[in-house]
Design a protein around this ligand. Structure first.
Ligand code: UDX
Length: 460
């Protein structure tokens, strides 16, 4: 059954959802106040960098199932389901600003005609869907509507693929009419066996935060063990091998690196930590996740400064990677940039390159220089640092890179390079989660000393 869906907001979530729902056969209108963006989207320009988005956008515009508009009134009047997918920008103290969600509720309210399901797609604290309901009821007491919470779990770079093959669709509702519309929207996926979970509205809201907080905590913990290995010996890759073999832990989402970033994890974990502060002693562990992640980036910068025995203000670093992960142009809360900022504060000079994030990085970072490719970034550098796991970096001509750099140290903070190949090219390789070569034996010896002395004393 084709559902008339109207999506408010054409940001990352709104646009992906609009394009995918149209592709599933629904009749979709996506509304945004930004007229220039509407014009570009209507002309088939996806505006953001997302794998497969352009193809689906163009195909569904052509089919007539997808249109873009800046006319809220018509778009809402026709809809069976209105999805609010506007931004929820984080504030300095961690709480999310719900102004755009509330404004969307006010804008929708007067135009609701006939029974309509209203759904908040944006990630929001528990209680927000009900607040949207209250705002609509206040602005339009005659409106006939029901609430649905339908959080998304999409990863940037894989959003289309994950939307079409979700591990679960979550529908939070208490009105059976809302649930029926939600089920109809996702029927093309559930028919193919994709699981659909129904919960209360609040559980759906909390589940989204819980999922991201679990994943972020997993990475923070993993990177704390990477830190430990860097200091006492051991290799995090071998440790991960052991962890992954335990089915309770599982093999996924266990890549050590410079920490997590992006538009979701830092924002969502910060929002939960903020929420916990208002709940007495709740969330003791949750509140430590962001500080742990930030310390990781600080320690990696310190590692570079310690290894390169060059006065920091003379130090030249070739930085490879600026985006928060590969296959995106997004630099929001990028751990790569956090490491660069620490180096910069120490006085180092940074020459950086990224395959897709240069334009955004130019807006986000000041006082660094940008290179046209990896070799140019390495030119004259005391050390080269890999900060994002781009495929392009795995295929580097390492001899050419070594010839460009002035110093022999190569820090692979994503463990993407082949160890032997790097060493053959004449670099000294410093991997994430493993002690630096020159230090490994000293460190292990130092770490082992007090314990073995104590033991021998106890025995004597
Ligand atoms: C995340 C969630 O995965 C998604 O479900 C949610 O809806 C939005 O937030 P996204 O931010 O696109 O998605 O990226 P993701 O691939 O999850 O990576 C987040 C961060 O963790 C990145 O900085 C990435 O480099 C890092 N990461 C991820 C690791 O360091 N190691 C890993 O094993 C996985």
């Amino acid at each position: 059954m084709s559902v008339k869906v109207t999506i408010v907001g054409t940001g990352y979530v709104g646009l992906t959802t609009a394009v995918c729902l149209a592709d599933l056969g629904h009749d979709v209108v996506a509304v945004d106040v930004n007229a220039e963006k509407i014009a570009r989207l209507s002309a088939g320009d996806p505006v953001i960098h997302e794998t497969g988005l352009k193809r689906l956008l163009v195909a569904n515009l052509a089919s007539g199932r997808l249109t873009f508009s800046n006319q809220m009134s018509d778009a809402v009047r026709r809809a069976d389901l209105v999805m609010i997918a506007v931004g929820t920008p984080p504030q300095a103290d961690g709480h999310v600003d719900l102004t755009f969600v509330e404004e969307a509720a006010d804008d929708i309210a007067p135009h609701l005609a006939g029974f309509t399901v209203v759904c908040v797609k944006s990630t929001v604290p528990a209680g927000t869907n009900r607040r949207v309901g209250e705002l609509i009821a206040y602005a339009n007491p005659r409106a006939d509507f029901a609430l649905l919470s339908n959080p998304e779990f999409l990863r940037e770079g894989r959003a289309i693929e994950e939307f079409m093959n979700p591990e679960r669709v979550v529908l939070g509702a208490e009105d059976p009419r809302a649930l029926a519309v939600g089920r109809a929207v996702y029927e093309p996926l559930t028919k193919r066996g994709r699981p659909l979970l129904t919960t209360s509205i609040e559980s759906a809201e909390v589940a989204k935060y819980a999922a991201n907080t679990f994943l972020a905590a997993r990475l923070a913990l993993l990177n704390e063990f990477a830190d430990i290995c860097e200091q006492v010996g051991g290799d995090i890759e071998e440790v991960v091998g052991v962890l992954s073999a335990d089915s309770r832990i599982g093999p996924h989402f266990l890549e050590p690196g410079p920490g997590f970033g992006g538009s979701c994890f830092p924002k969502d974990v910060g929002a939960v930590a903020y929420l916990c502060e208002g709940l007495g002693d709740a969330g003791g562990l949750i509140r430590t996740i962001l500080p742990s992640n930030a310390r990781r980036q600080q320690r990696l910068a310190r590692r570079i400064l310690e290894v390169c025995a060059v006065e920091p203000r003379q130090l030249r670093i070739g930085a490879l990677g600026l985006t928060f992960k590969a296959d995106t142009d997004d630099v929001r809360d990028s751990p790569a940039i956090a490491v660069i900022e620490h180096l910069k504060r120490a006085g180092a000079h940074i020459l950086a390159y990224d395959p897709a994030g240069m334009a955004n990085a130019r807006q986000a970072v000041t006082a660094i220089d940008f290179a046209g490719d990896a070799y140019e970034a390495a030119a004259g550098a005391h050390a080269v640092v890999v900060l994002t796991e781009w495929q392009e970096f795995r295929a580097l001509d390492l001899a050419k890179l070594r010839a460009a750099a002035s110093g022999p140290d190569l820090f692979d903070f994503r463990n993407v390079l082949d160890r032997q190949a790097v060493e053959r090219a004449g670099f000294i390789l410093h991997r994430t989660g493993a002690a630096s070569p020159s230090r490994r034996h000293d460190r292990v010896a130092v770490a082992a000393q007090p314990r073995s002395r104590q033991r021998s004393r106890a025995r004597s």
